[in-house]
Design a protein around this ligand. Structure first.
Ligand code: CO
Length: 477
């Protein structure tokens, strides 16, 4: 992530998606161009980094940016827009003091403003900056991150309610960024990584406002895992060989993500847990690869199938450094949809690429999660060196449909099923798209089946490129 010895770069047109937002709060009523289905009356909320520096210094990495929520409430031919920063401790410190007070994903405050000796005695806190997924803990709306404390927000006003804390003795410095809510069991499953003399992963169930461990396993070198696989019967942690040394974690002067080293010789290990008993059923190994996002997992008679977007190495993390992403210093690697198959009787593992098209920010319709499914939506690239410039609908059989408009950059799609869907793809797909030519953003509404445009809702300004979004139907909020 070095920035030395370079000529002043020319920003790419997607770089407007990586500039800080001012003012912090804004409300607008927007006009729908086109026709949206009459049943689309809920609220679309998008979260993503939107402040990339303090007066004192710039942040290094896209994932360091302070999270901002953007709310679009559908109201006939109008949409009510509102935005607000997530008021985490890390954000309010940066806002109020114009300095960094917390260890961010790839930027460490002790590099500049902390006296090194003091910092070693009392390391700065790991960030609570929540710029990632939107989740539900029962009836509470939360934004999550890799930090253990999720932050609750009000989906109408976007005000921060506060950090969610649990009265238990579970310990973990790192949390899975993507907890999974299971509406059938009415519980959220996630996991914590403890980095200590005896490090561990603990799979956790959150229900009725309480958190309880399901399973735990000791590990010598904790690995970086951004998401995991869940089915009705199993929880699988896919442990990529992107590992850290727990003995140097607290005292290291390297930021969080730079403490992980790529160790392909370890291979990728699958930790298969029984979801109800917590028993570790198997831990087969396979070739080394990396992924940020699992797509889905499900069971068929005699087998367990995990679909995820894989890369040969974790280079995508480096490609999301702000210098690289704004100035096209390196191509963003392309993920491929890969299916890992486990036989349930003897836990033999095999895998194959399911669809050749590059894909990231994958989403499927909510009612197919943990079950067999046919369609994945996501963003793709027109060529290896471009930024994400198209929306894709992939069938697990390999067929691909695309939405593309020159110099526009769609964010993660959000799949909204029709109220009584006739098929898996009956509904709409929403995406917040950055228009690099007009320097503004718009919400795009695509028909889920034909993948053609039904409507768009333009803003008069750009919104930073989002990380994750969520749709809440009217009866949810
Ligand atoms: Co993510």
């Amino acid at each position: 992530m070095g920035t030395e010895n370079r000529i002043a770069p020319r920003e790419s047109s997607h770089a407007i998606g990586f500039r800080s937002v001012t003012p912090e709060q804004l409300e607008r009523t927007l006009t729908v161009e086109g026709t949206i289905p009459s049943w689309l009356t809920g609220t679309y909320v998008v979260n993503g980094p939107a402040k990339f520096e303090t007066r004192e210094r710039s942040l290094s990495h896209w994932f360091d940016g302070f999270g901002m929520l953007h709310r679009f409430r559908f109201d006939g031919d109008r949409v009510h827009y509102r935005r607000r920063f997530v008021e985490s401790g890390a954000y309010t410190h940066a806002r109020d003091t114009e300095t960094l007070g917390y260890r961010e994903f790839a930027t460490d405050p002790s590099e500049s403003c902390f006296d090194r000796a003091v910092s070693l005695l009392a390391p700065p806190s790991v960030t609570d900056n929540a710029n990632g997924p939107l989740a539900r803990y029962g009836d509470r709306y939360v934004v999550t991150s890799e930090s253990p404390g999720a932050i609750e927000f009000d989906p109408e006003t976007l005000s921060t309610v506060g950090q969610i804390t649990f009265e238990d003795d579970l310990v973990g410095q790192v949390s899975c960024a993507h907890p999974q809510y299971d509406p059938i069991a009415d519980e959220t499953i996630t996991f914590l990584t403890r980095i200590a003399r005896q490090s561990s992963y603990t799979v956790v169930r959150i229900a009725d406002g309480k958190r309880e461990p399901i399973a735990s396993i000791a590990v010598d070198r904790p690995c970086y895992m951004h998401s995991f696989a869940l089915t009705p019967t199993y929880v699988v942690l896919v442990e990529f060989p992107y590992a850290m040394n727990p003995f140097t974690f607290r005292l290291s002067d390297r930021p969080f993500i730079e403490q992980f080293d790529w160790r392909p010789e370890r291979g990728t290990r699958l930790l298969v847990f029984d979801r109800s008993s917590g028993r570790l059923l198997a831990k087969p190994r396979m070739d080394a690869f990396f992924a940020l996002h699992h797509v889905n997992a499900f069971e068929r008679p005699g087998e367990l199938l995990l679909d995820l977007l894989t890369y040969p190495t974790p280079k995508i993390v480096e490609a999301f450094s702000l210098d690289s992403i704004r100035n096209d210093r390196m191509s963003i690697p392309s993920g491929r949809l890969r299916r890992v198959r486990l036989t349930i009787d003897d836990w033999l593992v095999s895998s194959r690429t399911l669809v050749a098209s590059p894909l990231e920010w994958p989403q499927i319709v909510g009612h197919r999660r943990t079950h067999p499914y046919q369609f994945v939506y996501g963003v793709g690239k027109s060529d290896p060196s471009s930024f994400y410039d198209r929306l894709l609908k992939l069938e697990t059989t390999g067929r691909t449909t695309c939405w593309h408009e020159p110099a526009t950059y769609p964010g993660e799609p959000t799949v909204v099923p029709a109220p009584t869907p006739a098929s898996e793809d009956d509904g709409v797909v929403l995406s917040l798209v950055l228009d690099g030519t007009d320097e503004r953003s718009f919400v795009l509404v695509l028909d889920g089946e034909t993948f053609t445009e039904l409507a768009r809702v333009p803003l008069d300004h750009p919104i930073p490129y989002p990380r994750h979004g969520q749709y809440y139907s009217t009866d949810e909020c």
